[in-house]
Every structure is written in structure tokens, then in C-alpha cells.
Design a protein around this ligand. Structure first.
Ligand code: PEP
Ligand code: MG
Length: 305
């Protein structure tokens, strides 16, 4: 069976009836790149950029970030690489971040909130991404967004970053931007958020914990933590419809994207892309190539959502 799957390494990502789907990889460090190339992913749908920030004593410098992003861009060539800006705080702590102790860190100063609170850190990363954009096909993605006010702030900072690069005559491209939909608030305002960026990517890992109000890391809740909850599936549908209404694409980058039992459901909802760990690229490719959207009705499970 493994051999059968390996035959799919160089196959395209389209359904049996010919609908093209973006199948991307989630990676958390540079060494995962080999597997992304080996399995023939369309690109990187989620680079968890935290690896350059954790387990050290000081903020990483812009040049260090830049070198890694440039290498990524050059290695991936035309294939899209979506760099998520640092999603620090909560369980991802570093002493230099100096985050005061919080009673509820999961609901605390994390993700984009921390970035907007540490503007020098945020700007260094954005500058590094824009500088590297000249070497390949990069995109930016913002984690944990929950309001339009955050997008206002981000847009202002991006404007400053681009101005700064222009002044110094450093080349960059006007790359695509995207928002992770991983708070219930972001789902409810997904139409407004879709207007602000080029695509939306649903982070079902966090979205599940915030929607069910269940800590995704609490072992006592392991049996109750259900990322197939109808609330989550309905939210995915809402986000896809909101994005499409604005003429934008929407996909999923949480773990659920790799669940082949749901591939057909996602495709019938109109999901444009899936981003999964490299080891799941081939099984998901098989599932979507086996799906024929031209026959049959919506699945029973899908209709009931
Ligand atoms: C998510 O929350 O679904 C996600 C993809 O991001 P992370 O798992 O890194 O929080
Ligand atoms: Mg998340």
C-alpha cells in the first residue's frame, strides 16, 4: 500500500472530475523542507516560524530571519511559501519575551497580540520576509487575529516596512497576505477579514479549543476534545462562503485538514486548499483524487452540518 501511495508523488492534486485543489505542507523547521519536496507538495501552506525564536536568550536578528526565508524562497522557487508571523506566548515562551505571568496564557498576550505589543520584533520579521520576497514566491500569514482593529495596525506597520525598504532601495515584491481564522470572532467577521487579504486559512487546532472552550493540551479533556464537532464543521463552511463572497480563497491548515474521512466533505464545502504535515501529503492526495464531485449528492454528514 505504501508503494501505491509513493506512485502518487508526482501526481497532480485534482479530484476525479478535474477540480484543482491546492495541497500544501505544514513545516516547523528548515529540515522538513526535504520531505516537502520529496512528496511533491504544491508549496508550504504554513511555516511555523517560531523555531527561530525559541530556546535562545535573545530576539533573533533580522538578518538571521532573512537568511532562512531567503533559503526557503530559493529552494521552493515558484511554489508558494506562506510564512506565518511568530505565534509566541502561551505555550511558546522565551525568557527574553518577558511576558508577565498570566492566569490564562492561552487567552493571553500571544500570537498577533504579542507582535503588536512588541513592534520592533514584529517589524524585524516583516522586513526579513519582504527582503526575502525578491528571491521566490512568499506570502505572509497572521495568527490569532480576532478584530479588524488588529488588521488596521498591521496594515500601518506593513506600510512603514515597505516605505523603509523603498527608501533604502532594497528590492521586494508585493506579496500575498493572509489571515489565520482560529478564533470564533474571526469566523464571525470572516467576510470583513477576507476583504483585507488575499486568502484565509482556517487553524482548526486553536479554533476548536476556543470554540469548545477546552484547552487543547489538557489530558483530562482528551476524550471530549472533538475537532469534528458540528460547530467546527459549520464554521469551516461559513469561512469558505465568506471568502468566496469576496472573491478570495479559503483553506484549512489545522490538523483536521489531513483527516481523509473529511476530504470529500471539505471539497463539497468548496475548500480551495489543504495544508498538512509532509507525511500526510500522499494519503490526502489519494483521497482527493478518489473524490468525484460530479456524482452523488452531498454526503449525509455534510448535509446535516
Ligand atoms: C491551528 O491553530 O490550527 C494551527 C494550524 O496553528 P498551531 O497549531 O501552530 O497553533
Ligand atoms: Mg494556532
Amino acid at each position: 500500500e505504501k508503494e501505491e501511495l509513493l506512485k502518487l508523488k508526482n501526481q497532480t492534486d485534482e479530484t476525479a472530475d478535474g477540480k484543482k485543489i491546492g495541497l500544501y505542507a505544514n513545516i516547523g523547521n528548515m529540515s522538513d523542507l526535504n520531505n516537502v519536496l520529496f512528496y511533491g507538495a504544491a508549496g508550504i501552506g504554513l511555516l511555523r516560524s517560531e523555531f527561530q525564536y525559541l530556546g535562545r536568550e535573545n530576539y533573533p536578528r533580522e538578518n538571521e530571519l532573512f537568511r532562512a526565508y531567503k533559503q526557503l524562497a530559493e529552494t521552493m522557487g515558484d511554489r508558494l511559501t506562506v510564512i506565518r508571523t511568530s505565534d509566541l506566548g502561551a505555550d511558546k515562551q522565551a525568557s527574553y519575551l518577558d511576558i508577565p505571568e498570566e492566569t490564562n496564557p492561552i487567552m493571553g498576550n500571544r500570537g498577533i497580540r504579542l507582535c503588536l505589543d512588541r513592534k520592533r520584533m514584529f517589524k524585524a520579521q516583516l522586513r526579513a520576509i519582504y527582503r526575502a520576497s525578491a528571491y521566490g514566491n512568499l506570502a505572509i500569514m497572521y495568527p490569532m487575529v480576532s478584530s479588524e482593529a488588529e488588521m488596521d495596525e498591521i496594515e500601518e506597520i506593513i506600510g512603514e516596512v515597505k516605505e523603509g525598504l523603498k527608501e533604502k532601495e532594497i528590492p521586494f515584491r508585493d506579496i500575498q497576505t493572509s489571515i489565520m481564522i482560529e478564533t470564533p470572532a474571526a469566523v464571525m467577521i470572516s467576510r470583513e477579514l477576507a476583504k483585507r487579504v488575499d486568502f484565509l486559512s482556517i487553524g482548526t487546532n486553536d479554533l476548536t479549543q476556543y470554540t469548545l472552550a477546552m484547552d487543547r493540551q489538557n489530558p483530562l479533556l482528551k476524550n471530549k476534545y472533538d475537532d469534528h464537532h458540528p460547530a467546527i464543521l459549520r464554521m469551516i463552511r461559513m469561512v469558505v462562503e465568506a471568502a468566496h463572497a469576496e472573491g478570495k480563497k479559503a483553506g484549512i491548515c489545522g490538523e483536521i485538514a489531513a483527516d481523509t474521512e473529511l476530504t470529500e466533505t471539505f471539497l463539497r464545502m468548496g475548500v480551495d486548499f489543504l495544508s498538512v504535515v509532509p507525511a500526510c501529503i500522499l494519503p490526502v492526495r489519494k483521497a482527493l483524487r478518489d473524490t468525484d464531485l460530479s456524482v452523488g449528492e452531498a454526503l449525509e454528514t455534510e448535509r446535516s452540518i
